[in-house]
Write a protein of this length. Structure first.
Ligand SMILES: O=C(O)CCC(=O)C(=O)O
Length: 288
């Protein structure tokens, strides 16, 4: 069972004031191990060794990019440095994976048990999220040599529910996340101070930028605070909080799991979102 080892007051104060809260020791070592074993088995069973289906940060030459509507039971996005010009994987099918998803919360016990746990429900109630509806759940991996940065962003740019302000992310470290391997970095209070100026919706030509192109140009490097955490830590953050993570500069991989939800009692999911329901991917409301 996950554990909440902080007071509700500390939880809500940090989340509402700073836009995020760090909750150490939320998962036990056994739970972390089950989740790590689970994504490994998922890749082993579902992922084709021959070529990368989806590639992140890709140039025109690959034709396809990570920004396609996922069409498989399990969708894996590779880092660009993990594939050659012909989309062939340069190493094993594990190394160089950026994300595995996007529906782990519905399909695989190790993730389901955490997403629908009583402790997560306690947090959602404390944050007054009336109808928390999970839209996507993925593991994210930073492998040595292939990982690149996750650039500064607000999740609400890519997950659009209107009115804005009703998206929350739950991020779990499945290894220690350190200053050297790409821990999370946040701009404190940015959920209040940095207005959402850009959203991306999905068209037949890929993602279309709505609003300002010079996305987050006013945010400076020095505005970010780094949050190294031990494995098993949960970080809960507001969808408007600006965050990023650097590449992994070590010889060991960094793994994490995250799920993102919107409050269906207060906002409506945009029909042209990149993340959408399909026969492979269902949104699930945690309180029913
Ligand atoms: O795990 C990371 O490094 C970044 C995660 C992130 O940006 C997100 O969950 O929105």
């Amino acid at each position: 069972m996950p554990r909440l080892v902080t007071s509700i007051e500390n939880l809500t104060n940090n989340y509402f004031k700073k836009g995020f809260v760090v909750l150490p020791k939320f998962l036990s070592s056994d739970e972390v191990k089950l989740m790590n074993d689970s994504w490994y088995k998922i890749v082993d069973k579902y992922v084709d060794e021959s070529e990368a289906q989806l590639i992140r940060n890709v140039g025109e030459s690959y034709g396809k990019s990570g920004y396609e509507i996922p069409q498989k039971e399990v969708n894996v996005v590779y880092d660009k440095k993990a594939v050659d010009e012909d989309r062939k994987l340069l190493g094993s099918k594990f190394k160089g994976i950026h994300t595995i998803g996007n529906d782990l919360h519905n399909k695989f016990e190790a993730f389901k048990n955490v997403v629908f746990s009583e402790e997560v429900k306690t947090i959602l109630k404390a944050l007054q999220i009336g109808a928390p509806t999970v839209t996507t759940s993925t593991t994210l991996h930073k492998w040595p040599l292939t990982s690149s940065e996750v650039p500064a962003h607000q999740d609400e740019s890519f997950l659009v529910a209107e009115p804005h302000g009703h998206i929350t992310g739950f991020w779990f470290s499945l290894t220690d996340a350190t200053l050297q391997n790409g821990c999370l970095e946040f701009v404190p209070m940015s959920h209040r101070t940095v207005p959402l100026k850009t959203t991306f919706i999905f068209t037949e030509n890929g993602l279309k930028c709505i609003g300002k192109q010079d996305y987050l140009s006013e945010v400076k490097d020095s505005d970010f605070e780094q949050f190294p955490v031990e494995k098993g830590t949960l970080v809960v953050f507001n969808g408007l909080t600006v965050h990023k993570s650097k590449p992994n500069e070590t010889n060991e991989p960094r793994h994490s799991f995250q799920f993102l939800l919107y409050d269906k009692s207060k906002a409506v999911w945009h029909k042209d979102n990149y993340v959408r329901e399909s026969r492979f991917h269902k949104f699930t409301t945690i309180f029913n």
